[in-house]
Design a protein around this ligand. Sequence first.
Ligand code: SDX
Length: 435
Amino acid sequence: MSASTLTVTDNRTGSTYEMPIEDGTVRAMDFRKIKTGADDFGLMLYDPAFMNTASCRSSITYIDGDRGILEYRGYPIEQLAESCSFLEVAYLILFGELPTADQLDRWVYEITHHTMLHETTKKFMEGFRHDAHPMTMLISSVTALSTVYPEATEVHDPTSRFLQIKRLIAKMPSIAAMSYRHSLGFPYVYPDNDLSYTENFMNMLWKMVEPKYAANPVLARALEVLFILHADHEQNCSTSTMRAVGSALANPYLCISSAASALSGPLHGGANEEVIKMLDEIDTAANIPAYIASVKGGKRKLMGFGHRVYKNFDPRATLIKKIAEQVFEVTGRNPKLDIALELERIALQDEYFISRKLYPNVDFYSGLIYQAIGFKPEMFTVLFAIPRTVGWLSQWQEMIVDPAQKIARPRQVYTGARNRRFIPMAERKPVEVKA
Ligand code: SDX
């Protein structure tokens, strides 16, 4: 086999350049050597939305979009969803290995004993209207929490980093539950250290006057598996945001609120809420053909469909569909499921979707389960942010300790005017401007 290099000929000058190919990539900086003269800046690579740009080297999550493969630290997601607890998977994602029983007990103890929130969080929560979106309350409260832990900015101190990682993983459910209780006008429920991570979250959400909350085991396990499936997904939009903000050495609480802000977008983690709105709008199977027509006419997107990486199927969607059956046995079938299944059936045989490789993604069915368990749609993206906090923090830590990483600062292709003469106010004429 010939040398693992790329030879590039610049036809402007006739010069050729040889670049090493490593891990299926060439270094973008190697293209800067391609110049037409001494004062030429050199070539850049133009890649809006980073469609074909690797921003880092990572050993956390592996995705094969064509084969529908998702592995955390090399373990297939199907095995982890089948056999692990969420905190067990969180340990694997953060530290790279599955914990022993003693290691897991210690880890669970540590997380459990960081679930309490500083009482100042209540004051921030009280500042929100009852109908404030829970994602906004979560993002704002995490940001506010950074004032409680100013030492968190010591991001190069492994002891401080580990303490903040534990605090954030432990406190996200507490903040989420607090925002939910605030929206209902109910008193807040404090953590119960006897309960598992997921059961305690349900306790803080739904405990009323009973002396001790008892979660339905089927629903608790379903939520636990959903948390496992949402824990990390390599360099998605919110994780890239976490890395970018973290590359400036910002406080990790502010990095998490930045990542959660990205996740809240309807094209990303906000899609699960949009799917339910879409199914509500469709309302009956009879309306599906007209809706599909409007999607094919480019008037709207089929929410919960499509993915930048998965071009056959999202393995998480396959597993989530199975969880739906278990949940509906307990809660009763979500009537919207029939519309979702019919929508999927029609889309998967329609050339418009097949040619664009659009298949159900992680968000298509998850909302149906959350709704059946008792969550309102506004909480769905919060349920995405809680487990993804583990992925965000793992990717952040990997970036912080990576010697190749520097502050993220992309370049641009400048298309605006140059060297314009200043116009004094008296000489200015109104010009039509577009925002
Ligand atoms: C998540 O990256 C991750 O890993 C994300 C995530 C994670 O775990 O972090 O997996 C979680 O965000 C899942 C995605 C949730 N979003 C949605 O369900 C929203 C609906 N989906 C789309 O907006 C879209 O599919 C994206 C954003 C998911 C992917 O967009 P891409 O890769 O930029 O693809 P594209 O927009 O360039 O689409 C290619 C073509 C276009 O048609 P043409 O212009 O070629 O005619 O497919 C069309 C798009 O219009 N298309 C859709 C569509 N998604 C893409 N048409 C209708 N419905 C859709 N859902």
